[in-house]
Structures are given as structure tokens and as C-alpha cells.
Ligand binder design. Structure first.
Ligand code: PBG
Length: 332
């Protein structure tokens, strides 16, 4: 038994001012990226049942929403498109007049200070709901032709860059997607367009609500042939390191809260900015429990965001972005 036990660790926890001073992690609106779903039309603001507080917007309504977010000090948005028509190759994804491309143009014209990031994938645009060109479906999930998909992803990224996107974020988990997109962007002179790679993306059940929101649920099979197995511990960080070799400017880990160990490990292995995506299922779980009165939404959302930052993320993509900005402005 030590002679002077107790209280040595707790002594710093009594005074709330000292607690605040010693908080190593300070969340700021500048850490946050708000996802947004855009579809065609005008005056559309359609609630997403599985994600309370989230909407599918037409470009005009999206612009007003982003204006409000920007007024609340949020710096950045991540756009997802819901096209009018889908086909086997997902060709509406690189339609220069698609909802994402239209909104990007609108945002850069009206709110030039907002950083516009676009999700570059095909799953919202293919009739089968997969992230690329499907060539079969077996036990390993849907089999996607890697190299054919790279060509399509490059077209998508280029169409976003032409519309004015600041950052493109490829999320299909195809090998070589960052290099293919970098090459296509450079060839057209988009040297300033950055790539935020969804480098470490697990095959996760936490994407469930998003697939309703973006109408991108696979019609058969799953995404296990390209997304990471959640039980894998090897090869995870090298996914990110190879994207960095290919030219990624920032890397993302997704989902966030179940994979804080991966964020922390990646933090040790790279100096590049790391983003973490608190995905739809993480959001919906907190929302549902809060609605049932089982936990307090504000406290839980704040705790999750701080934990994600503490693990080593520089940026957090979160559906709580607007609420967090509001709470932070109140001084919490
Ligand atoms: C793919 C993509 C997905 C998400 C972001 N980009 C879905 C998927 O891989 O099925 C999920 C985001 C979320 O759940 O909030 N375009």
C-alpha cells in the first residue's frame, strides 16, 4: 500500500475550469464536413426516414441548406447524387447536367468559400446498386471488373472537376482508383483538384440507412469482394499507404467509431490529413436511442465526435455537423 494513495489522478478533475483547460481535444466546426444528398427538380426537400433530420434536396433547396450551414461556420460539404435514371454501367454518374454537377456549379458560383467535396462512386447510379462494372456474383460477393470500373470512376471525377469541385472523394474501393483519377485530372489540367480517398472502407452493416437515403442498396450480392472485412487486422493500413503512393492528398477511414484503432494506427503511419466518416448507421443509432429516451443525443454526438478526433482524425464527416456547430457555438 502506498503511503499517500487516492486522489492523485482525480485531483485534476474537480475544477471545471481546469478540466476545460486540460481538454487536449477541442472540437471546432472547422473539423467538420457535412454530407448532403442531391436529386433533380426544384423545391424538393424530402425527409429520409432512416436518418431523421436528413433530407434529399433538389439543387435550389440544397443551396439554401448549405448557405445556412456556412452561416453556422461549417466549412465543407460532401455531395452524393440521386439520379433520375440508372443503368448497368452507371452512366448518369458522369452526366455533366446531373444533380451533383449542377449543385457543384451553383455552390461555387453562390458560396465560393464553401469547400465542395464530391463522392465519386457508381453505386447510386447503377441499376444493380454495385460500385462498378459487375461481371458476376459468387461467394465472394458481386465480382466487379476492376479496370473497367477505373475508367468509369475517372469519368465521374472529371465531370465533378469540370463542374468546379474542390476535392473528389473516390469511394468504390477499386485497386488503382486514386492513380487513375489523378492521371485523368492532370491530363485535363485540374492540377489543383485534390483527392480525398476513402482508403480504408470496411464492408459494414452501418451503411444500411445510407443505402435507403441514396437508393443504392445492392440488388444482389454484397460488397465484400472490394470493401475490407471488418475482422481483418492485416492489410488495413497498407490500403491507405498505397492510396497515398498513388497520389491521394487526404485519406479517409470509414466507419469511424468502430474503427478508432485504425485511425490511431494510420495517424502513426502518415503525416497526411486523415478524415473519418461517422456513417449513417452510427448517426441513426444515436438518433434512435435518443428518440427512445435511452441516451441524450447532444452528449452522445459530442462524445463520439471528440473520440474520433482524439483517435487522430483531422476531419470528421458527420450527419451531426449542423447540430455540432450549433452546440459548439453555445460553448460546449
Ligand atoms: C459509396 C458510399 C457509401 C457510403 C458512402 N459512400 C455506401 C456503401 O458503400 O454502400 C456510406 C455512407 C454512410 O453510410 O453514411 N458511394
Amino acid at each position: 500500500m502506498a503511503e499517500f494513495p487516492a486522489k492523485r489522478l482525480r485531483r485534476l478533475r474537480y475544477n471545471p475550469t481546469l478540466r476545460r483547460m486540460l481538454a487536449g481535444v477541442r472540437l471546432s466546426p472547422l473539423d467538420l464536413i457535412a454530407p448532403l444528398f442531391v436529386r433533380s427538380g426544384s423545391g424538393v426537400r424530402k425527409a429520409i426516414a432512416s436518418m431523421p433530420g436528413q433530407f434529399q434536396h433538389s439543387p435550389d433547396s440544397a443551396l439554401e441548406t448549405v448557405r445556412r450551414w456556412s452561416d453556422a461556420a461549417l466549412p465543407a460539404v460532401l455531395l452524393f447524387g440521386i439520379p433520375d435514371s440508372k443503368d448497368a454501367s452507371g452512366s448518369s454518374a458522369w452526366d455533366g447536367a446531373g444533380p451533383v454537377q449542377t449543385l457543384v456549379g451553383l455552390l461555387k458560383a453562390k458560396l465560393p468559400d464553401v469547400l465542395v467535396i464530391t463522392d465519386a462512386c457508381l453505386c447510386e447510379y447503377t441499376d444493380h446498386g454495385h460500385c462498378g462494372v459487375v461481371v458476376g456474383c459468387g461467394e465472394g460477393g458481386a465480382d466487379i471488373d476492376n479496370d473497367a470500373t477505373l475508367e468509369a470512376l475517372a469519368k465521374v471525377a472529371l465531370s465533378h472537376a469540370r463542374a468546379g469541385a474542390d476535392v473528389v472523394a473516390p469511394s468504390a474501393m477499386m485497386d488503382g482508383q486514386v492513380a487513375a483519377i489523378r492521371k485523368a485530372l492532370d491530363a485535363e489540367g485540374f492540377l489543383k483538384t485534390a483527392i480525398l480517398s476513402y482508403a480504408v472502407k470496411f464492408a459494414s452493416s452501418f451503411y444500411g440507412p445510407f443505402r435507403d437515403a441514396a437508393q443504392s442498396r445492392p440488388q444482389f450480392g454484397d460488397r465484400q469482394s472490394h470493401q475490407l472485412d471488418f475482422a481483418s487486422s492485416r492489410g488495413v493500413v497498407s490500403e491507405a499507404l498505397s492510396d497515398i503512393d498513388e497520389g491521394a492528398d487526404m485519406v479517409m477511414v470509414k466507419p469511424a467509431l468502430p474503427y478508432l484503432d485504425v485511425i490511431a494506427e494510420l495517424r502513426r503511419r502518415t503525416d497526411l490529413p486523415i478524415a473519418a466518416y461517422q456513417v449513417s448507421g452510427e448517426y441513426a443509432s444515436i438518433q434512435a436511442a435518443a428518440r427512445a429516451g435511452w441516451l441524450e443525443e447532444r452528449a452522445a454526438a459530442m462524445e463520439a465526435a471528440v473520440a474520433i478526433k482524439r483517435a487522430g482524425a483531422d476531419l470528421i464527416v458527420t450527419y451531426f455537423a449542423e447540430q455540432l456547430a450549433g452546440w459548439l457555438a453555445e460553448g460546449h
